[in-house]
Design a protein around this ligand. Structure first.
Ligand code: URA
Length: 252
């Protein structure tokens, strides 16, 4: 299926969408539904008040990244030793995609495949993510993809607060440089860290937040790896994507 897509053959947009929805495990008749549900939530911007993360963690002194352009920023990431993860990484995973993208997708942290290849979302979860993007008419290359952490936690354990604190300036600088029109937080870890909350992902998804004080709309959805384990939740992820599309359209 994918090779046919890639060759730009005569498959119409509807057929293509149908095939990608199938790849996501979503029946085509669901296409119409999210539009009404998106309207039902009214695209209300919810400022997340829950800055309830109790653990204040200090970052060690590191290189000032606030003014760095792309190349020195990437070098800073590749040579970073701020937290212990540097000693177990094969490669850091800086981020990939269009540096002028409207869409910034933020996941959790590199997994085994990403650690080997130095690129985010290249494993099975990445393949599903690509299919999800194509279902809304986006090629992977059109968006920018990054993670909360640039280095893989051993055995894919959850990021530790001190690791997040060390890594956050790199991501913040990427956000400043890209100036995306929308952030899509993939999964609990990304959503909770970006929104500085401990609210469950099931409660964070399905509405439009604002990313801190930037005015950038942020939509949280389930992580593709979770969707692989729980395909029954794909319908909600599809609704979140529709909400994101609609949010961008409204703000055009
Ligand atoms: N999961 C993530 O959150 N990020 C990746 O890059 C790969 C898997």
């Amino acid at each position: 299926m994918c090779s046919a897509m890639g060759t730009g053959t005569s498959l119409g947009t509807r057929n293509r969408r149908y095939l990608y929805l199938q790849a996501m495990g979503i029946q085509a008749w669901e296409l119409r539904r999210p539009q009404t549900e998106a309207h039902a939530v009214g695209h209300q911007v919810v400022r997340t008040q829950e800055t309830d993360n109790p653990s204040i963690v200090e970052a060690p002194e590191g290189p000032a990244v606030v003014d760095l352009d792309w190349t020195p920023l990437q070098t800073a990431v590749e040579t970073c030793t701020l937290c212990d993860l540097h000693s177990s990484r094969t490669r850091s995973v800086f981020g990939v995609g269009n540096r002028n993208a409207d869409w910034l997708l933020i996941g959790e942290a590199p997994g085994r495949d990403e650690d080997q290849q130095g690129e985010p979302f290249v494993g099975r979860a990445g393949q599903l993510l690509n299919a999800m993007l194509l279902a809304i008419g986006l090629q992977r290359e059109q968006v920018y993809i990054a993670n909360i952490l640039k280095c893989r936690p051993p055995n894919n354990r959850d990021p530790k607060p001190e690791e997040v604190v060390c890594c956050e300036p790199y991501l913040m600088r990427q956000i400043e440089l890209i100036r995306p029109r929308l952030i899509l937080a993939l999964g609990r870890i990304a959503a909770q860290n970006l929104l500085r909350t401990e609210t469950a992902i099931g409660k964070l998804r399905g509405r439009v937040h604002q990313f801190r004080d930037t005015g950038i709309p942020l939509i949280a959805t389930y992580h593709p790896a979770y969707l692989l384990r729980s395909p029954g939740e794909k319908r909600k992820a599809w609704q979140d994507l529709q909400l994101a599309v609609e949010t961008l359209r409204e703000r055009a």
